[in-house]
Structures are given as structure tokens and as C-alpha cells.
Design a protein around this ligand. Sequence first.
Ligand code: B16
Ligand code: MG
Length: 222
Amino acid sequence: MEGYACIFDLDGVIVDTAKYHFLAWRKLANALGFDFTENQNESLKGISRAESLDIILAWGNVELTHAEKDEWLKTKNNWYLEHVLTMNEEAILPGAKEFITIVKNAGFKIALGSASKNAVSILEKVGLLNQFDAIIDGTKTTKSKPDPQVFTMCADELGIAYKNCVVFEDAEAGIEAALSAGMAAIGIGNKTILNRALFAVNDLSEMTLEKLPFINSNTIPH
Ligand code: B16
Ligand code: MG
């Protein structure tokens, strides 16, 4: 039997850490004398920490040296981790744990494809670390979404053909990354923003095996 895989993004798909990123980035902006809105924060989803800082500094017309940026990146991450410390199993988004179990029981491989350098500690905090056959995160990638690298690395580690992978993503950049990899993409969240996805659901509680694009009588192992 040919292998198939589901690749999950972390922030916005498995856990709602976007609100903690927003709080920490906003604290940084305020410390530098400006502010930004939750709406602007939408465009930071799926974007790496360093690139997010550059975008935010441009919003505030603030220019910093490399050394200053490095300091702020550390400070922002420490503020972010203060929130991560409070996370437990209850922080898992609706349906995520259940759908992962359904997919695993159906015999498909599971991977995490996230831009976050904190992915492993977050999965550990919410008790999902041992669920994944492969974990590719911001500590392993050299290119950010919309580059397909994070997802092709997942498939390569699993030994699954790209066309047999489906990616679950809450960010436009992540949907683009999946499509560039030749994978199917299912959106989590706003159907209008994620209009390039195969379809979108509000959260994984709305997902069933039958909705997976590669499901037919030949793909379910007997
Ligand atoms: P960190 P994802 C992304 O996670 C977040 O959506 C994005 O806001 C964040 O800047 C990025 O991870 C890096 O996170 O600061 O923890 O390394 O959606 O790709 O799981
Ligand atoms: Mg995300």
C-alpha cells in the first residue's frame, strides 16, 4: 500500500498560541513607542520570529542595529514563554487531539510542520509530543513559509510522496507553502482569507477521515 500523511501546523491548528505572540509583540512595540492592531497581527501568522520583528519595526518606523534586534528577539521570546508556561492539555484547540488519533488509527503518518522554534516545548506542555512520526520546526528549517521547505522536509522524513500529503494550516503563507510543495492544503479558520485551500473548517472538530482528499477504498489499510 502507498503511504499517506497528514501534516499539521502548530500555532492556530493544534494550539492557539497566536494570542500569546500578539501580547509579546505588542509589549515590544509599546516599549519602542508605538502600537499595532490585532488585525495587523493576522499577517504575522506562520511568519518566523526574525521576519515578524522586521515587519513590526517597519510598522513603527523604527530602525535598529543587528545587535539591538537580537536583544529584542530574546526579550520577546522570554515574554512569549511566560505565557507558554501556563499551557496544559486544555490549550489544545477543539478536535485536534481527537482528529490526530483518528488519522493515526487509520494507518496514516502524522507530522508537525511549524515555523516555531518553541514547538517541541509547546507540544510537551500540552502532552502531544509523542503523537508525531516527524517534527519539523523552526530549529530545523532555513527557509520560511511560503517556501515549501518545512513541509517537504516532513514528507522526506516520513518517506511519503508529496502528492500523498495533506497539510492543515491557519495561515495564508502556510497554504501557499503546501501548494508549492505539491500537497493538498486544508484551511483552519477564515474561509475568505484561506481561499486557496481545498476547503476550510473552523477547527479540527469539523474534520472527518472521509473529508481527506486521498481517502478512497484503496487508501484505508485493511
Ligand atoms: P517562535 P506556526 C509560527 O507558528 C507562528 O504562527 C508565528 O506567529 C511565529 O512568529 C512563528 O511560529 C515563530 O515562532 O517565535 O516560537 O519561534 O503557525 O508555523 O506553527
Ligand atoms: Mg499557524
